[in-house]
Design a protein around this ligand. Sequence first.
Ligand code: ACO
Length: 209
Amino acid sequence: RHPGWPVRLGPLTVAAGVVELRPPRLFDAGAWSRIRIRERSHLENWEPTAPGSWEERNGVLAWPSQWSALRGLARRGQTLPFMILVDGVLAGQVTVGNVLRGSLRSAWVGYWVDSEVTGGGVATAATALVVDHCFRHAALHRIEATVRPENTPSIRVLTKLGFREEGLFRRYLDVAGGWRDHICFALTAEEVTDGLVDRLVAAGRAQHG
Ligand code: ACO
């Protein structure tokens, strides 16, 4: 069995509201699709290249296969996928992917947030919750995040949390129709014995509950 899965994380209160994380559900289709269709211009530049139109990939009918793929990967211990709720309403996703065990015990983290609630600490809170969970309960030692150099808000999320910049990966990921350079940020468990959530609380950026 996958250590640390399934689980709900939070609540953690930030400027935008109360942030909670829970596993994806089949009935998220309607809310997920509504946001994804509305948020095309906010999201498109930062997401993996994929076949089909945005509407096909993000319509209600696209969710069941995405949901079952995520559920399968989660059951096999390869992914920890979460829906982000703000004040009880779906507002994004945060995913821990490519979980590798053995002597690496590493994974990546990625996220998106509805532009109606951006700028209020949601992605930062969600990432803090999942990183603490990965180090404490999912037996991981290293979490990395790769981000395009142009993605200022996402770089800010990572630097606020204390992620270290490790280097520039050239033509690393096929994103928005081309091979894009990415900056790699990472944290290992030794660097966060205190916990990222506690750091946000101590900095006055979040409150428990
Ligand atoms: N210039 C400088 N700083 C900015 C800008 C800007 N143009 N826009 C936002 N910021 C800052 C905010 O002020 C905030 O910092 P602060 O707390 O110091 O004020 C920070 O960037 C954002 O932090 P949060 O509020 O925690 O993040 P938010 O909930 O707004 O979500 C996210 C950020 C996820 C990047 C959102 O904008 C989004 O969904 N973008 C599109 C998808 C995307 O880029 N996903 C990330 C891909 S990379 C990866 O997953 C590792």
